[in-house]
Design a protein around this ligand. Structure first.
Ligand SMILES: [Zn+2]
Ligand SMILES: [Zn+2]
Length: 234
């Protein structure tokens, strides 16, 4: 089988991002690559040890871009998500190597210059995504000595499930699922229509009930087929 669009995946994290959140993001990437049928190909191309999936951590510091997204925010206490996405994408100081960037931030996000809508993330087809774990941060970062839960219990908690599904959703957008082309100031209904209508990680929003339903099999059959197609050379 001939694949294409296989590019290294770089995970960029805002300072202060917890290890648990980062491991959830890694798990989301692995799950999506596996679902897309290309995990072995990634392993062959980018990792020396089978089963040891380490995505590129880079010395590239997203901090100046995060500051810019804070300055360009139109909602107090939020970062401008699209500003951040494009600012990192267009950074001329980085190598010209093709890649997918996944940026994890701790601050809340709003959508873009003309929309104050709060979002968990944004994803751009064939390039990358920005994801926030601001809503789940408290639950994901146990305070020393004040939390009896083990790391695994935290991994399984509803908050890390939310971050896992949110990251998978944005990866779905990167890999060609439902790229948004509707109005810039979309209503809930616009966004709902622009996403998968099934019980699926590509549904436009999540609640706890949905998260629990899709945890075992996040992509519906239609999205799964499209996801595989994205990487298959025609
Ligand atoms: Zn979406
Ligand atoms: Zn779907």
């Amino acid at each position: 089988m001939a694949f294409y669009k296989i590019k290294p995946i770089t995970v960029l994290s805002q300072k202060g991002t917890g290890q648990l959140a980062q491991s959830v993001v890694d798990r989301a990437i692995i799950t999506v690559l596996y679902a897309a049928g290309i995990l072995e190909e990634y392993d062959r191309l980018f990792n020396s040890t089978v089963g040891n999936y380490v995505f590129q951590k880079t010395n590239f510091n997203p901090r100046p871009h995060i500051s810019k997204a804070r300055r360009e925010s139109i909602v107090a206490g939020h970062l401008n998500a699209s500003s951040l996405l494009y600012s990192i994408k267009d950074d001329a100081s980085r190598s010209k190597e093709e890649r997918y960037d996944v940026t994890l931030v701790t601050e809340p996000l709003h959508w873009h210059n003309d929309s104050s809508r709060s979002v968990g993330g944004v994803g751009l087809e064939n390039y990358g995504a920005v994801v926030t774990y601001s809503e789940v941060k408290q639950l994901l970062r146990p305070v020393n000595g004040e939390d009896n839960r083990t790391a695994e219990e935290n991994e399984d908690s509803i908050s890390s499930l939310y971050l896992l599904m949110l990251t998978m959703h944005e990866l779905g957008h990167i890999f060609g699922l439902f790229p948004y082309s509707g109005p810039a100031n979309a209503s809930d209904e616009d966004l709902k229509q622009a996403h998968c209508q099934n019980e699926c990680v590509m549904y436009w929003t999540f609640n706890e009930e949905m998260l629990k339903k899709i945890r075992g099999w996040p992509f519906c059959p239609s999205c799964l087929a499209k996801l595989k197609e994205f990487f298959l050379k025609p």
